[in-house]
Structure formats: C-alpha cells, structure tokens
Design a protein around this ligand. Structure first.
Ligand SMILES: Cc1ncc(COP(=O)(O)OP(=O)(O)O)c(N)n1
Ligand code: 3NM
Ligand code: MG
Length: 357
C-alpha cells in the first residue's frame, strides 16, 4: 500500500531523530566515562536536550510513533561489513559523529516541510554538533596517545634504512615482534628524505597501532603526521618544541640527571629518555650514568621514563632491578643476528619482569 507523503516524512524523521539522539549519547558517554570531561559531556547532553525540546515543540510525537514500522524497514536488512568494524573507541566516535551530522541534516531538510523555524533550530544544533564532535575526536586522539604511551615498554630508535621499502618492512616486522614506539633517528639523511621516511613511517606505524616519533625535528614531526618529536638537551627547548607540535602530539626529552628529568617534566615532557645507562654501539659519551639514575627516576618521576644507552638482553635485568620496565634501544635490535627474535625476547622480558632467554 503506497505510504502517504506525510507518513513517509514522519517515518524518516522518527528514524533520524533516533539516530541523532543515539549518536549524541554515544559521544556523551565517552566524554563522561573515558575522558572524565564534564564540559564536553555536558555539551553533548545539552545538544541532546535542545534537539528533543525543538522536536517536542514542533513535531507531533503521536504521528512519529504511528509512522514507525521497524519490521517493515527494508534498511534493517541492508548490512555493510564496515558497520561492525570498530577497532578502537576512536573509530566508534568517528562513526557516531558522522551519523549525528547526517541525521541532523535529514531532520533539518524534512523538518522544513513541517516548520521552517523548527528546521532553523535544527540547523544551529547541527553546527554546534560539528564543533563538539571535532573537540571530542581530538581529545580522544590525545587520550589514545596517552594510553599507548602508558602501555609502551619497548622503544626502538630506527634509521632510515637502505630504502623506503626496507624501512617500511622493518617497522612492520618489528611492530609485530612487540616494538611499541618507533623513533626515526638518522642524522645521515637530507631533510627531504627524512621527511619522506617520516611520512611513510608514521603511516605504517599507525596502521600497526604503534607510536611513531621523529628525532630532533619538530617541523618534520608535524609535517609528516608523526605522533611526536624527541629532543635532547642540545636541541630546541621544550617550550619551543611544544609551540611547534601543539598539545595533540607527544614531546619526549632526553635526560642525563635527576635534575634534568624533573626539569623535563616541569617543562611538559610527555615522556623522558634516561641515559646513557651503559656504553653502547650507537653513540659514545664521556660518562655513563648507570642504573643508579634509574632508581632516582622511578622514585620521583611521574611520566613514562625509558632507559637508554647500551641496553640489550645481557643487561636489561639490571635496568629492571631498578624498577624501570621501559627501555629504548638501537643496537640490541639493529645489530642482532635475528632482530625480530631480539625484539620479541626483550619485550617478553620487560612484560614478565624477569630475565628470559
Ligand atoms: C627515547 C630517547 N632517549 C634519548 C634520546 C637521545 O636524544 P638526544 O640526546 O637528542 O641525542 P640524539 O638521539 O639526537 O643523538 C633519544 N633520541 N630517544
Ligand atoms: C641516541 C642515544 N641517546 C642516549 C642518551 O643517553 O641520551 S644513548 C643513545 C644510543 C642508544 O643506542 P644503543 O641502544 O645502541 O646504545
Ligand atoms: Mg637529539
């Protein structure tokens, strides 16, 4: 039986109102329970309330309910595989934000056939929803960075490799072996090549759910889409690096004393490197701070601290004995006969808290 035009409009509005309010609630819950962000969750609650109020003032609820026919809804049979693919809360948020925007637009357009003022109210709600969704997505992105950093144990400083394809393959293999953070550190590359390696490295690391940091160069970190930059005591000061990367990317700072470690935290470091602990093959120093420095760090530093300098399977237990269970390495994996096995063994050791081999 052909559906009356008015009934079709109310059926469309009913479905879109449900989608919009459900989507707003989906984002509100993340702001409230994952981010503990009262302002952001209140913003979504206010959007939900204002939409419901506008609908209540202009749309006959009885006609909405009478028009509903879920069993007869042909859309319930249309299934896209992607609808069920939500690999992270961030993907849930992005899908809900899109659903809200689309549904509000539908409500606004078909609402014009009922009441132009109602449609104008929905238009304003739509604009507010765009902004609130963007704020939440950015906050969720930062939250993901923080969560990934907090869980990170094995940090690898990697050079640009012999070719882009070899560089990418190394990241893929070593991410699968348990490396949590990759840092592109290659003082031999020109800026253009360094930038290109950073672009592909950031993309492939993100695809593997890993963080990707650029050594020294805040400009290239931002331009390449990397997750952050790592600066030493001789590079840009923290404030200058932060001014370039903003608050949505990670700032790592090298430290060689407890004073520098405390200063780095005060200056806004998201994590610190602590070394050089032992003599290594990658960078030479006049002096080595040894594991004692790590004991001071574990007792007084609140951000993730990665021990660095000559660390490998033979001495990682000395690092862990200090209470530090995060390491940044280069030679231990780069120079290993089997880098993947070396990465797996180090990661297993860090996670188990005991020496394994
Ligand atoms: C995780 C981590 N810790 C320390 C360093 C050393 O950085 P820096 O002192 O700037 O020396 P270079 O790496 O630039 O030679 C690091 N890169 N990463
Ligand atoms: C680049 C670097 N920075 C250090 C510091 O103490 O700040 S130690 C270091 C070398 C890390 O390489 P490997 O694991 O091969 O010793
Ligand atoms: Mg540096």
């Amino acid at each position: 039986m052909p559906i009356l035009a008015g009934q079709a409009t109310y059926r469309i509005l009913d479905a879109s109102i449900n989608r919009a309010t459900e989507g707003l609630r989906t984002l509100e819950e993340y702001a409230r329970f994952a981010l503990d962000d009262a302002a952001l969750s209140g913003n979504f609650k206010s959007l939900r309330h204002d939409l419901t109020t506008a609908i209540g003032q202009s749309v006959d609820r009885q006609r909405l309910i009478e028009a509903r026919d879920t069993p007869g809804d042909v859309g319930t049979e249309i299934r896209e595989a992607a609808e069920y693919e939500r690999s992270s809360p961030q993907k849930v948020i992005a899908a809900a934000a899109a659903r809200i925007a689309q549904s509000l637009r539908v409500i606004e357009e078909y609402g014009k056939t009922i009441d132009a003022n109602f449609a104008a109210k929905v238009e304003q709600i739509r604009y507010r929803a765009y902004q609130a969704s963007a704020s939440l997505e950015l906050a969720a992105f930062t939250n993901q960075h923080t969560a990934q950093l907090a869980a990170a144990k094995l940090y690898l400083l990697i050079d640009g490799g012999e070719s882009e394809s070899q560089f990418v393959a190394s990241i893929q293999r070593l991410a699968a072996a348990g490396v949590d953070i990759f840092q592109l550190r290659d003082h031999s590359l020109d800026d253009r090549t360094l930038y290109r390696r950073a672009c592909v490295g950031a993309a492939v690391a993100r695809k593997q759910g890993r963080l990707f940091i650029v050594n020294d160069r805040a400009d290239i970190a931002v331009a390449s889409g990397a997750d952050g930059v790592h600066v030493g005591q001789e590079e840009l000061p923290a404030a200058a690096a932060r001014a370039i990367i903003g608050n949505r990317r990670l700032l790592g700072i090298s430290t060689h004393s407890i004073e520098q470690a405390k200063e780095a935290v005060d200056d806004g470091a998201d994590y610190i490197g602590c070394g050089p602990i032992f003599a290594g093959r990658t960078k030479q120093f006049d002096a080595y701070v040894g594991p004692e420095f790590l004991k001071q760090v574990t007792q007084s530093i609140t951000v993730p601290a990665f021990a660095i300098g000559g660390i490998d399977q033979s001495n990682v237990s000395e690092v862990m004995a200090t209470g530090c269970d995060r390491i940044a390495v280069t030679g231990a994996i780069r120079d290993a006969e089997d880098p993947v096995h070396a990465a797996k063994t180090l990661k297993r050791t860090l996670l188990s808290g005991t020496q394994t081999e």
